[in-house]
Design a protein around this ligand. Structure first.
Ligand code: B1M
Length: 806
């Protein structure tokens, strides 16, 4: 196996490196036909694949990518080729290697699996890792020089691919490249700064951006990556937006390539729509430019899928919320002992709202499986908050279980400076791209003076250096002891904090111990915190719901010059004012319908379900609840998504909460005229469309009015709908669509029914459909909502002898 140092290779190249261009279009020109997968050509037409690589080499590419983008066992299964995944990848790599010779590098291409990973989709994280492992093992076997994990939109899926690479091909460097939308984020909400910090932390040799809507859109993305990555940047955009316009010609593409290098890219190539001509022109255009300087990174990063929190001298004190801790009896502890997570989610949400920058999770109870608990707790917390997580346990197996699944850069809390504990902590943090809290105590226990604690700190830093782990990702805990039992305790801690800065690591403290055994603890705690901030404290583990403490932090940041222009303090002060006004007027209980609305918007499934049941129980008519609470709440979610405040994960959480509320309504509806059998309706959301909440609702209400409704679900092909309607001798086909792109399926359905002279009426509805559209496609009717659908069906069926003659 190769021991390439990709960063050095790029640096020694002397000028920007040229990556090759698209493969699919060229394969299509030479005989590849879907539904066969392009990667099948590795088996059936190896010469064609090799020739394409060679044409890119001739064009001036310095790196060629294997024809293996979708050659993972999950995608290959659609062609019954999953058993050949390793072989197809090995051949892909060897074909590229043959064309590349010794002069060029071969990048082993690894694209998304084609199934979303939990919790966005059904695929388990470990199944994703296994699928990637098979692919990467093949690429390594065939001689790829490095692994290029590309077109990633979900940080968790990218992490599965990275872990697979580390586990099956530990000697191969890897690069992770993301696809960003025009709003500057991936579809799941990751911005470039998070992608950049995460890729570096998890050990990528470079971070990249590829595909997308064209080179110009990526200039700002590359600029942002360059500020945050600290590693080289790959960029290989499409030659314009696929489908919507003609692809760009080579000249225009290569001009944009120059701008991408100027923005900070070290490696430039092409994605969809690019050809050897584009690459030749690009190579000519960028060869004369200098390699961009790689900027030194500021701050120590923690991040979630969408938020970055930086710690360090230039940044506000990083507040890690401490409330999710089962060490004391509480409702949280009760729930955690049953692996239930409602209180945990609530605590996570409340701490985020109170201004925490990260959330600590301690769910270690002796009677439960620590690894399972940590894993489930991480997923639950991530569904409730957008903040990075701190995984708190003395059980390293539990920490590792959490680290595997956590997205972004979490914090490990904590290890000691004792040899084995420290080394395992650093190894875990390096493998999973985490930061690490190290308590400054060693085999001798807690040391009583600052000199001794700093000598431990120095040893920790040297150990990290020796293992190649950056000091920036160490959070050294100077240890807080009670001034009640030792009046020198706080001074020693503060002095230790002051001196940690010079070691290039971060300092961190939990503060509440300082007042143990004394009266007026909150006063002592926040005074101590203010003094620690003056001494240069970078991060604190504290209760963000303690408003006095948060006030001290806001003012402290301002006073120690960690709040430029006082903007954070002013924002904090105005928020506080609003809150106080709210507090005086908000004494009455919030009405349950408003709580349900909020629960759906926040994606609180259990809460939505119990509130919906309670509202129905208190006599609220189901339709009123749907029309006045559920639908408006989802409309707010849609608006939040549209304006970029929500991303796919939040959209999905809200959808699940709405479904839970709907399920709670179902019982009330089933008391309807179920037995009447007034006619048969086949319902479906059309092919390509995954929205089914509205369709489920229409089906529910029709059923409650005595119709026999056969619900085929979502994303249903037209053939299946027609077959079912025929088999079931349906009276009506009801189609739902929420995407402008999928309404054309409705037109196809109406045409098919008319052409085949089938005896069904077709009615349509859904947010993307209008009365005019229904008329235009010749549908038998349109309904704006569920009640409208019942009226429509009743009108349609009262005009004919229903079911007769069938
Ligand atoms: Co998506 N989504 N979504 N989404 N989603 C919309 C529809 C969107 C408008 C959001 C936005 O950008 N503002 C937008 C579509 C833009 C467009 O094409 N014009 C959108 C997008 C872009 C997407 C994705 C592409 C996001 C992405 O991946 N980047 C993706 C597409 C996936 C796909 O379908 N291929 C996607 C995914 C999802 C989730 C899976 C996360 C989730 C759906 C989960 C599920 O349904 N199981 C989701 C959700 C929840 C929404 C919003 C927020 C809410 C939809 C909803 O359930 N509304 C939605 C924004 C919005 O609508 N405000 C949005 C409540 C529901 C009761 O209303 O379905 O209209 P509705 O049904 C009504 C009436 O229309 C009528 O009766 C119902 C009751 O009054 N009705 C009928 C419905 N069907 C009928 C049939 C009839 C008669 C009446 O006769 C047969």
């Amino acid at each position: 196996m190769s021991h390439l140092n990709l960063r050095t290779w790029i640096a020694e190249h002397g000028c920007p490196v040229v990556l090759d261009g698209a493969m699919g279009t060229l394969l299509q020109e030479r005989g590849w036909n879907p539904p066969a997968l392009p990667e099948e050509m590795n088996l059936t037409s190896p010469k064609i694949v090799r020739d394409i690589h060679a044409s890119y080499a001739v064009a001036g590419a310095n790196i060629v990518e294997t024809n293996s983008f979708g050659a993972n066992p999950i995608k290959l299964a659609s062609r019954n080729l999953d058993g050949k995944a390793r072989e197809i990848n090995a051949i892909a790599a060897s074909l590229a290697k043959e064309a590349a010779g010794d002069r060029l590098l071969v990048a082993g291409s690894v694209g998304p699996l084609g199934s979303l990973v939990e919790p966005l989709g059904e695929l388990s994280f470990e199944d994703a890792v296994s699928a990637f492992k098979e692919q990467i093992a093949g690429l390594a076997e065939g001689g790829a020089d490095f692994i290029l994990i590309e077109t990633m939109i979900d940080l968790r899926e990218a992490k599965a691919a990275v872990l697979a690479a580390k586990e099956v091909a530990p000697c191969l460097p890897f690069v992770v490249s993301f696809t960003f939308e025009n709003n500057g984020r991936t579809l799941t909400g990751t911005p470039p700064e998070v992608a950049a910090h995460w890729a570096r932390a998890i050990g990528a040799s470079a971070v990249g951006v590829n595909c997308g809507s064209g080179p110009e859109e990526y200039i700002a993305v590359v600029d942002c990556l360059a500020h945050h990555a600290g590693i080289p940047i790959f960029v290989y955009p499409n030659a314009g937006l696929p489908g919507s316009q003609e692809y760009w010609d080579p000249e225009r593409f290569s001009r944009a390539g120059r701008h991408l290098v100027e923005a900070g890219a070290s490696v430039v190539g092409g994605c969809c729509g690019t050809t050897p001509q584009h690459i030749e022109s690009l190579a000519r255009a960028i060869r004369t430019l200098s390699l961009p300087h790689i900027k030194e990174i500021q701050g120590s990063p923690l991040c979630s899928i969408s938020r970055l929190g930086l710690a360090g001298a230039e940044y506000p004190l990083l507040v890690i919320g401490e409330r999710i801790n089962v060490s004391r009896p509480s409702a949280l502890r009760e729930e955690v002992s049953r692996y239930e997570w409602n209180v945990l989610k609530k605590e996570a949400r409340e701490q985020e709202e109170a201004g925490a920058h990260a959330i600590d999770i301690n769910v270690s109870l002796p009677q439960i499986d620590g690894s399972r608990a940590m894993r489930e707790a991480v997923l639950a917390a991530e569904s409730a908050t957008m903040l990075p997580l701190s995984l708190d346990s003395d059980n390293m197996d539990a920490i590792e279980a959490g680290l595997r699944i956590a997205s972004g850069i979490p914090l490990i809390n904590s290890v000691t400076a004792k040899g084995e504990s420290l080394e395992r902590g650093i190894a875990l943090a390096a493998k999973y791209g985490a930061c690490l809290v190290v308590l400054l105590l060693d085999e001798r226990g807690i040391l009583e003076d600052a000199d001794k604690r700093i000598s431990v700190a120095r040893r920790v830093c040297e150990c990290a250096d020796a293992l190649g782990f950056p000091r920036k990702r160490l959070f050294l805990d100077a240890l807080t002891l009670s001034v009640g039992s030792d009046d020198n305790a706080a001074r020693v801690t503060l002095e230790t904090v002051r001196r940690i800065r010079s070691l290039g690591a971060c300092s961190i403290l939990g503060i509440s111990n300082v007042s143990y055994g004394l009266p007026q603890r909150p006063l002592i705690n926040r005074t101590f915190l203010a003094m620690a901030m003056a001494a240069g404290l970078d991060a604190v583990i504290a209760d963000p719901l303690d408003s006095n403490l948060m006030e001290t932090i806001a003012a402290g940041n301002l006073l120690v010059k960690r709040d430029r222009g006082a903007s954070a303090f002013i924002a904090f002060a105005s928020r506080g004012k609003g809150k106080k006004e709210e507090d005086t007027t908000g004494k009455e209980a919030i009405p349950q319908d408003q709580m349900l609305r909020a629960a759906i918007i926040r994606g609180e499934e259990d809460m939505a379900s119990s509130l919906a049941s309670a509202l129905i129980g208190s006599g609220m008519p189901s339709m009123k609840l749907i029309d006045e609470v559920l639908v408006p709440a989802l409309n707010v979610v849609g608006e939040l998504y549209e304006c970029g405040d929500y991303f796919l994960p939040q959209l999905m959480s809200s959808a699940k909460a709405a479904q839970a509320a709907l399920a709670a309504l179902e019982e009330g509806f089933s008391a309807g005229e179920k037995s009447l059998q007034k006619g048969t309706i086949v319902m479906a959301t059309v092919e390509g469309d995954l929205h089914d909440i509205g369709k489920n609702l229409v089906a529910l209400v029709l059923r409650s009015h005595g119709y026999n409704v056969i619900d085929l679900g979502k994303d249903v092909p037209l053939d299946a709908i027609l077959k079912c309607a025929t088999d079931e001798r349906a009276d009506v086909i009801g189609l739902s669509s929420l995407m402008t792109t999928t309404t054309k399926e409705m037109a196809r359905a109406v045409s098919a029914v008319r052409e085949k002279k089938l005896p069904f009426r077709v009615i349509v509805g859904g947010a993307a459909v209008t009365e005019e559209f229904a008329k235009h496609i010749g549908a038998d009717g349109y309904a704006p909502d569920a009640v409208g659908a019942v009226k429509l069906v009743e009108a349609l069926l009262s005009n004919v002898g229903r079911g007769e003659g069938k």
